[in-house]
Write a protein that binds this ligand. Structure first.
Ligand code: FPP
Length: 261
């Protein structure tokens, strides 16, 4: 995956092409996590029901999944449904679940064709059996793919994940002396994955909303006013270029060898 791969899906002479050519492919964020927000506002601006915003958001999901895989991002995590989202009207919840199911049915071949591995993070037990079955099938069918890992956060909460990890560590018999950050992270949903380098949030809100609380400790945060249904590859490229201009210090000082990391 490379410049050529991304250029194959952007129009020649387009702003996307100009942006793609500026990307330093040796310094891509390994893991990009996205808080997809603003679907309701997108719909309200058009005097449409909220669910139309979610429906339109699916096209953004398609575009960003394809763009990330072609760029060579190793892990993409999308926040599709939080533990708090159950408080929404039942009709909105069921539409979101139906959209997810439809997305998986329609996009499975695209995921397979792009060598993408699909993975769910979050509590599955509360999901309806048909949704669980659909998710499991997509995970199983893509399990052999060695390209980008596409995590979808569903019924996900960062605090709940940490509590669950603590429980699992105790159940596995990890003693207090043996527990350190590395060992603990092996009990998170994202065990074995690199932490997000870049966290994108759409629609201008300056919050992390209980998303990957442990994993985003050192993530660079990029917030755009663009509403999720309007988000496309060019915005992803904007975020990556902004990330590549940041000076990541991980709490240390800026030394030449570490500059730009
Ligand atoms: C936030 O917008 C968005 C969500 C809660 C759901 C995101 C889900 C999708 C885009 C569709 C399903 C996903 C996949 C991966 C197939 P909001 O409703 O909170 O917007 P608002 O803040 O403007 O009201």
């Amino acid at each position: 995956m490379s410049l050529q791969e991304i250029l194959a899906v952007v129009a020649p002479g387009s702003p996307e092409e100009g942006l793609a050519r500026q990307v330093d492919f040796d310094r891509l964020p390994q893991h990009v996590a996205v808080i997809m927000d603003g679907n309701g506002r997108w719909a309200a601006q058009r005097h449409l029901p909220r669910v139309e915003g979610h429906r339109a958001g699916i096209e953004s999901v398609r575009d960003v999944v394809e763009g990330s895989a072609r760029l060579g991002i190793k892990v993409l995590t999308l926040y599709a449904f939080s533990v708090e989202n159950w408080k929404r009207p039942p009709s909105e919840v069921s539409t979101l679940m139906a959209l997810l199911k439809r997305y998986l049915r329609l996009e499975l071949n695209t995921l397979l064709g792009n060598n993408i591995r699909f993975n769910v993070i979050g509590g599955r037990d509360e999901l309806a059996p048909d949704i669980r079955g659909e998710l499991k099938m997509a995970e199983e069918k893509t399990a052999g793919n060695g390209g980008m890992l596409f995590n979808i956060a569903l019924n996900y909460g960062g605090r709940a994940e940490i509590v669950e990890a603590a429980r699992r560590a105790m159940a596995a018999g990890v003693t207090p002396d043996a527990l350190d950050e590395q060992r603990f992270s092996e009990f998170l949903y994202t065990s074995g994955q690199p932490d997000p380098d870049l966290l994108i949030r759409t629609s201008g809100e300056m919050r992390v909303s209980n998303f990957l609380l442990w994993q985003i400790a050192y993530a660079e945060i990029w917030v755009t006013d663009t509403l999720w249904p309007d988000f496309r590859k060019r915005h992803l490229l904007d975020a990556i270029l902004a990330y590549q201009k940041r000076d990541r210090r991980y709490g240390g000082i800026n030394q030449p060898a570490a500059a730009g990391r």
